[in-house]
Design a protein around this ligand. Sequence first.
Ligand SMILES: O=C(O)CCCC[C@@H]1SC[C@@H]2NC(=O)N[C@@H]21
Ligand code: NA
Length: 570
Amino acid sequence: MGHFTVVDYVIFAVLLAASMGIGLYYALSGGRQRTTQEFLMADRSMRCLPVSLSLIASFQSAVAIIGVPAEIYTHGTQYWFIGCAYVLGLLIPAHVFIPVLYRLRLSSAYQYLELRFSKAVRICGTLTFIFQMVIYMGVCVYTPAFALNAVTGFELWGAVLATGLVCTVYTTMGGLKAVIWTDVFQTIVMFAGQLAVIVVGVHQTGGVSEVWRKVWEGNRISALDLNPDPTERHTFWTLAVGGVFLMLSLYGVNQAQVQRYLSARTEKEAVRSCYMVFPSLQLALALSCVMGLVMFARYCGEDPSDKLGTSSRDAMVIYFVMDMLQGLPGLPGLFVACLFSAALSTISSAFNSLATVTMEDLIKPHFPAMSEARATLLSKVLAMSYGLVCLAMAYLTHLMGDSVLQVALKIFGMVGGPILGLFCLGMFFPWANSVGAVTGLGTGLSVSFWIGIGSIISHSSGTKPLPPDCSSSFLSGNTTTVTQLSALSNVTLSFYSLSYMWYSAFNCFTVIVIGLIISFLTGPMKEQDVTPGTIYPLLGTLFGFLPARLKKKLCCVTPLGQTVFVISDN
Ligand SMILES: O=C(O)CCCC[C@@H]1SC[C@@H]2NC(=O)N[C@@H]21
Ligand code: NA
């Protein structure tokens, strides 16, 4: 099946070389990455366009490129409703999280936790973040290599090593500036590759109207599913509401994104970059969903196992691409470049953010006298070591089974959700104290792993795949039976069958509720004890229309300070 011509390997090599070149350029230009301000924060000099493209790149990896088409092929376009979550999922970060975090002029998002709570809370937040990103990085490295190997015999561990090493090198040499500018380049390659596959795919499947007919008859255009059942895997509610919390955990408080907001030259640039993410994210979602539809029109839902020897729909996407692009020299190479661009841009963001928080949150506080040169060198060593750890995590992904998209979304829900809860507890509830914060986080993580692991063990993955076929008559009767069956089986609404799209929201609330209860039991904080600038006047904003006198009495929280609160971060 689909072998690579020399042209394809050349294109793949050009991508790696270009990324390396950008890394080298930033290692030898500007301040030559001699200070942590430049290496980790890009001198806080970035404009909104590169920042916004880099924000997309951080959490749009090969997992989405492969996983979303597989999702659409198997379950229909219900997943597309996650696009509705991008509205609040970006507005809240732009108007709540960025103002608070930017005005504190932090380097690491978790410095906020020390300011608002205590050093212990900061350490817990940092370690949780590291845990989340290391596993997620493993998924991101493994996905493209595994998928390509499954279909094209592309050397698996050779690709993983090449990706990991190239990425480690340019991240280590060029710092955040290199990571942001390679992200810009890689995001463009990513969009180009997906577009090429769609154009060729539609053409080879008989044109738009033919694709639409097959997809419509194949029952792949999902209606608005307003089923309130929280165990239903994908409904409008789990995607558009549960998805908002998923977005907040990524675009509101995740270090990889916060670091990009903080690298913007002004707060306005940071907010603008957040707004600019919206259209690009919708485009990315649309491209991957359409690719899934074209793939369905091509194969009409037949099971890939006979062709591929694996029933993995993820591998099927690569099979489809190679099937479409073979005989068009250079295009398979372009798609491979697209796949690895998506992976590289996510992994480099993860490396850099991991090195930043390790330096800022775990090392610098214990070695305040460390020289700039040594601190920068150490940051580079850290980026390198995280690269090696992620290769090991790539193997662990091999064992996770599940579709890669589901694995990634579960990780964000299980670990990102509690971190989001911790920040919300700090920003919106002045009474919350450190003991409450730590207990809340601990409880949130334990409950989240209890559900997450429970769901894997009990194999309750919710909705069964829609029965495959293109003839509408066969499908119309049958689907209701499947729905009735799944409704019956869920009548014992067991804890484990909660849709993974609710993990972020559920875990976030667990942390907030437990955090508040423990805070009130151990003596809530008084407003005057809270560090200025760390509270977002939630009530004040919600009741913005009230007269100031009444507002002051009601929400007893001073408005968000305009003062620039500088922490000695070096
Ligand atoms: O592609 C990945 O690496 C992770 C899968 C997508 C993560 C979430 S889904 C909602 C939001 N939109 C994106 O493009 N990424 C995040
Ligand atoms: Na990416």
